[in-house]
Design a protein around this ligand. Structure first.
Ligand code: NAP
Ligand code: G4F
Length: 321
């Protein structure tokens, strides 16, 4: 019989890619989104009629229980979060409520409704922060550097705690940065691909950024949602690092993006603004996905250059229209 999945954060980048992936697998998909006066369906318009949308909020316990009752899922993927690291210094309490305590709320709802439901938690490489070990693996000690990273750490440990306390099938994917054409415009990769496309089309003459030296282990989101699903198909619930094993700076991202539109000397197009600098920076991230490869046969399919070009090409196409 076909399985049913409930995805929180359906309107986000990962939520929409995961829905595409699960529909291909024959799942019945429910997506939870929060209701507001403004409909954010930019990533989900193509899913209309294919999935069922439920309204709920990570800060509202009863709404989570209701979403479970209405969807009766076999698997829950908790992707909802205040996911923007920079914003987490402006709204640390709210970020903790949604990104940290929200995980506890949904675990409690599952425990009450049906503890047999398999649960995926979207943990983050931001939990490694200062990177005590490079590359980081599942056993590397955590050292978060933002209210977001600290909130994710709570979500990570409470997921492990519910697994151990109540024998629940609860897994955390410690995902390193992953991007796609559906990435939110505030994140540095999409800001660059959009900015570069605007420059190419004569719609702008600069991009304003913060720290160009930071390095990230960037993968492609559609590759990464497969890993989320694989974790819930294993015999034993466990936590996995999902990464590419490579790290590149913002400068290197800019270099490929600008060269792709025929500009070699891109520095004059960049303005730097302290508004985009962070009170505490994560200088470098790099992950070791050996465990995911050995246990689940997962590996990334898209390399850095392909990722950058896909994003720029997409923004060129969208803006040209
Ligand atoms: P995203 O595009 O920012 O999506 C976040 C989703 O959470 C959006 O659908 C958002 O809905 C929803 N949300 C926010 N606050 C909510 C609330 N109070 N109640 C219900 N829903 C709420 O993030 P993403 O990049 O797809 O990432 C998915 C998850 O993976 C997040 O938990 C993120 O922290 C984590 N993660 C991401 C990466 C990465 O590199 N992308 C790496 C590691 C971990 P609205 O549309 O209403 O705002
Ligand atoms: O694109 P970012 O905002 O992503 P960040 O902080 O790495 O967080 C993303 O990845 C995490 C996984 O490691 C996720 F958990 C999280 O939810 C999110 O998806 O910033 C990347 C780097 C930072 O070092 C930042 O300081 O880019 C630098 N940066 C430089 N200029 C900028 C800018 N970041 C943003 N957002 N905007 C800029 O103008």
């Amino acid at each position: 019989m076909n399985k049913t999945a409930l995805i929180t954060g359906i309107s986000g980048m990962d939520g929409s890619h995961l829905a595409d992936f699960l529909l291909e697998k024959g799942y019945k998909v429910f997506g939870m989104e929060r209701r507001s006066s403004y409909v954010n369906n930019i990533n989900t318009a193509h899913l209309e009629g294919k999935i069922t949308i439920l309204n709920g909020d990570m800060t509202d316990q009863n709404s989570l229980l209701r979403c479970l009752k209405e969807s009766k899922p076999d698997e829950v993927y908790n992707l909802a979060a205040q996911s923007f690291v920079g914003e987490s210094w402006n709204t640390p309490e709210y970020t903790s409520e949604v990104t940290g305590l929200g995980v506890l709320r949904i675990l409690e709802a599952i425990r009450e409704f049906n503890p047999k439901i398999k649960f995926y938690q979207a943990s983050s490489s931001e939990m490694f922060g200062r990177m005590v070990e490079n590359p980081a693996k599942e056993t590397t000690p955590f050292y978060p550097r933002s209210p977001y990273g600290v909130s994710k750490l709570y979500g990570h440990w409470i997921t492990k705690n519910y697994r151990e306390s109540y024998d629940m099938f609860a897994c955390s994917g410690i995902l390193f940065n992953h991007e796609s054409e559906r990435r939110g415009i505030e994140f540095v990769t999409r800001k660059i691909s959009d900015g570069v496309a605007r420059i190419k089309l004569g719609l702008s003459n600069h991009i304003t950024l913060g720290n160009l030296e930071a390095k990230r282990d960037w993968g492609y989101a559609p590759d990464y949602v497969e890993a989320m699903w694989l974790m819930l198909q294993q015999d034993i619930p466990d936590d996995y690092v999902i990464a590419t094993g490579n790290t590149y700076s913002i400068r290197e991202f800019l270099d490929i993006a600008f060269k792709h539109i025929g500009i070699d000397n891109w520095e004059p197009y960049i303005k730097q603004d302290p508004r985009f600098m962070r009170p505490a920076e994560v200088d470098v991230l790099r992950g070791d996905y050996t465990k995911a490869l050995s246990n689940m046969n997962w590996k990334p399919k898209t390399n850095f250059e392909q990722l950058v070009k896909k994003m720029v090409d997409h923004d060129l196409e969208v803006l040209s229209k």
